[in-house]
Design a protein around this ligand. Sequence first.
Ligand code: SF4
Length: 189
Amino acid sequence: MSLLFRNEEEEKAFEAGKDLALSCGFSEAALLDCSTIELSDAVRQMCEKNTCGMYAGNWACPPGCGSLEECRSRIGGYRWGILVQTVGELEDSLDYDGMMETEKRHKETFLKAAEMLKRQYPGLLALGVGCCTVCSSCSYPDAPCRFPDKQISSMESYGIMVSDLCRANGLGYYYGPGKIAYTSCYLLG
Ligand code: SF4
């Protein structure tokens, strides 16, 4: 039994959560040791370059999602969670449509599994990919978030270097040419 778990019941709960994630359609699911989560100023600085065009454009992205200290305090109470991935096939390294299709599939699976996990873990923290797309147009910064309970931040917006976190938890990240992986996580225990 992993030292992360206080008892066998917790380990069984993780195995059930992992099975649920895989049955929802993720390609991979692995135990996340929350002590391996590092929030980095360098990742935040990448966000500030705004290559995705969403910096300061969404409550779930920086700076709307709060400082690294605020993010650290939100994840501080968790010991374990589940890392999930969708691995898609690409025709070549420029296959933008293939990337978008895999991202869309990953986001749909992520929301579906989050709804199911919430029934057992009402206090779960789900961190996904990209900006929050719950509303067709975010209310940032003119009005408060419309659905704070549904809002989804990305792992990067919390300052997480996703490749490092995967490595630290024994999960692959690069699956070779012709493949792309999108990674998210649920903090549960
Ligand atoms: S729930 Fe709506 S208002 Fe809130 S962060 Fe997401 S898109 Fe923006």
